[in-house]
Design a protein around this ligand. Structure first.
Ligand code: GAL
Length: 645
């Protein structure tokens, strides 16, 4: 439980390094991440290395007592490398190459780039793998940032055709799986398969899903390559990757399998701008962020990291990349830091030590003012937490939450390939369910489809489009109450409609069939009444109960909420009231006690402590009797309380 910072020694005069390191230690920082964009500085031409500066930087940092996390530099291949391997350049869906001049200018399909990556990771891990200051590694930087997972070049096409050959063995099986008889799309050779872009109209969704799976598998394999090399040359050091917020373009569970721990980059205010909130909500949360945005990801990445995660980059002030970039309210940097720790983060590391005075990110805050040795507002708040951490002492591990949410990357792809309703967004649906549970005062774990659900009293499946055999088994074995949302089980593994109709493999368990679906444009709600009340928005399933009890109905009598033993099915995208009532009902059945928290208050438990966070404008008193470890039971606006029952 500690603090860290991202540092770019190559951006500052060498004569500053020592002072920077000392000042980091002075405000309570223990870890420093370096190196992830420095390739052109240590290999200015192929095979000509200049390690002197990095040797000295590592030594200075280590001597000051900082523990170093070294990033592999593969997110920013230098110009000479790109010029020598033009086939590595990614191509957009529009067919246009995405050139040199920023970052992430490579496609995971490029064999040449894979070899170059192998080479540099090996050289780097041999050179620094046993450095006494080095404690861990970060592979690459933010896989997928700037829309860089899917690439549509000739290199990608050849690799995709190979992948299909291995998967389907024969063109006939491919035709069958994709339904290529439709519109005469059949092929007789794998090299006739084209990329699913630039056609006259929509391309085959089954092809698109496979194209997405193919790219996602490439990311995991590329990451595994880096991890394997690092492990061989850097014994005793852990490996992580820094994932992003609200980003679903590859299967993070699979990349997580390569890693010792997950980490993610938390920009709570930037994400408010980018999330499909209403304008009113955006304004409401513009200066604090929405109280579930950061926690949603802490809980998700704790799952991806097998129980271990860091925040690798914590927003320290205004960022530069959202449409608007307001400065956070005073207190929020401290609040976000404590909140991450409450959710189980081992380290919160700020991005970045000092605001840059040049290039793309000069408008992005740091812990120090641009080009100066002087703490910014965020820097002072980090310093406050540094002091508080000493006072609070070590925190115990996070326990298992009562509620699990099943999170599935393929469901995101399937609903983006064919949303069927323009506002059916998987990540938004899951986020709303998460928000609903957290408003009830509960802690949440995220689990992958097919993982054991043992020990969870309530399992939420906001939507799981295609239910694998393993997922079905996990649901069958779950001991708690299960609640499935709309579109669950509505696709086969190869993107078709299940022969038994949705929810496919779950039909027997849920005792219902979905006969028809209807997407609802804004304003076209459908009233729901019964044991729970509210309105369906965006989406409605027309369900036939086949033995399930109907707990609530639409105005036309159609089932809206059904139960068959422990299994529940919510046949729509619920509005806030309906979601709240449904989650409360499910918690009641699961024997979970709930609270009704104000919209700006959240709680989290960790190792016998209760944490309270106030995103609002008014003080709030935590109910019950507690001993305050930090703050008091009355939590001021932008305040934090750490309490012992
Ligand atoms: C992250 C990235 C950093 C920096 C930061 C700015 O996405 O990993 O390198 O660009 O955003 O907020």
């Amino acid at each position: 439980m500690s603090l860290g910072v991202c540092y770019y020694p190559e951006h500052w005069p060498e004569s500053w390094w020592e002072q920077d390191a000392r000042r980091m230690r002075g405000i309570g920082i223990e870890f420093v991440r370096i190196g992830e964009f420095a390739w052109s500085r240590y290999e200015p031409e192929r095979g000509r290395f200049d390690w002197g500066w990095l040797d000295r930087a590592m030594d200075v940092l280590a001597r000051s007592g900082l523990k170093i996390v070294l990033g592999t530099p593969t997110c920013t291949p230098p110009k000479w490398l790109v010029d020598a391997n033009p086939e590595m350049i990614p191509v957009g869906e529009d067919g246009r190459p995405r050139g040199f001049g920023s970052r992430r200018h490579y496609t995971f399909s490029s064999r040449a780039y894979l070899e170059e990556s192998r080479r540099i990771v090996e050289i780097l891990s041999r050179r620094y793998g046993n450095h006494p200051g080095l404690v861990g590694w970060q592979t690459d930087n933010e896989y997928g940032c700037h829309d860089s997972i899917l690439s549509w070049s000739a290199t990608d096409l050849a690799a995709f055709q190979d992948w299909l050959r291995r998967k389907y063995q024969s063109p006939e099986q491919l035709n069958e799986a994709w339904g290529n008889v439709f519109w005469s799309m059949e092929v007789t050779r794998f090299d006739q398969v084209s990329l699913p872009n630039l056609a006259v109209t929509e391309t085959n969704p089954a092809a698109r899903l496979d194209f997405w799976r193919f790219h996602s598998e490439q990311v995991a394999a590329y990451d595994a390559m880096q991890c394997g090399i690092i492990r061989a040359h850097s014994p005793g050091r852990w490996i992580t990757h820094n994932f992003m917020g609200f980003f679903n373009d590859f299967d993070h569970w699979a990349v997580g399998d390569n890693l010792d721990l997950a980490s993610w980059d938390s920009y709570p205010i930037g994400f408010v701008e980018r999330f499909p909130f209403s304008e009113a909500e955006k304004n409401r949360w513009a200066l604090t962020s929405h109280p579930d945005i950061a926690p949603f990801h802490h809980d998700l990445y704790r799952g991806v990291g097998h129980g271990r995660f860091w925040v690798m980059e914590q927003q320290p002030g205004p960022v530069n990349w959202a449409p608007w970039n307001p400065a956070p309210k005073p207190g929020m940097v401290r609040l976000w830091t404590w909140e991450a720790l409450a959710h189980g983060a081992e380290v919160v590391s700020y991005f970045r030590w000092r605001q840059a005075i040049f290039a793309q990110e000069q408008m992005h805050a740091g812990l120090n003012l641009p080009g100066l040795h002087e703490l910014s507002q965020g820097g002072r708040e980090a310093q406050t937490v540094g002091g508080e951490l000493k006072a609070v002492g070590a925190l115990l591990a996070t326990g298992k939450a009562p509620v699990a949410i099943v999170y599935d990357y393929e469901s995101s792809w399937i609903t983006r390939i064919q949303p069927q309703g323009a506002d059916f967004r998987y990540h938004e649906l899951v986020f709303r369910w998460y928000e609903g549970v957290r408003r009830l005062g509960l802690d949440v774990d995220f689990v992958r489809p097919g993982a054991s659900l043992e020990g969870y009293r309530l399992v939420l499946v906001p939507s799981l489009l295609s239910v694998s055999e393993q997922a079905e088994k996990a649901f069958a074995a779950a001991g708690g109450i299960l609640l499935y949302g709309p579109r669950t089980g509505s696709k086969t593994r190869s993107y078709g409609i299940p022969p038994s109709l949705p929810p496919g493999p779950l039909a027997a368990r849920t005792k219902l069939r979905v006969l028809e679906v209807s997407s609802l444009r804004p304003g076209l709600g459908a009233r729901v009444t019964g044991l729970v009340q509210g309105e369906a928005q965006r989406w409605r399933d027309y369900v036939e109960a086949q033995g399930a009890d109907v707990l609530a109905r639409f105005a036309d009598g159609g089932p809206a909420l059904l139960a068959a033993g422990r299994n529940h099915y919510l046949a729509c995208w619920p509005d806030e009231a309906l979601l709240h009532a449904t989650l409360k009902l499910a918690c009641g059945k699961a024997g979970i006690e709930t609270l009704d928290l104000p919209e700006a208050i959240r709680l989290r438990r960790r190792g016998g402590l209760l944490f309270a966070f106030n995103y609002g404008e008014e003080s709030w008193r935590v109910p019950g009797t507690h001993v305050a470890v930090l703050g008091s039971a009355t939590v001021p606006p932008q305040g934090v309380a750490v309490l012992r029952a």
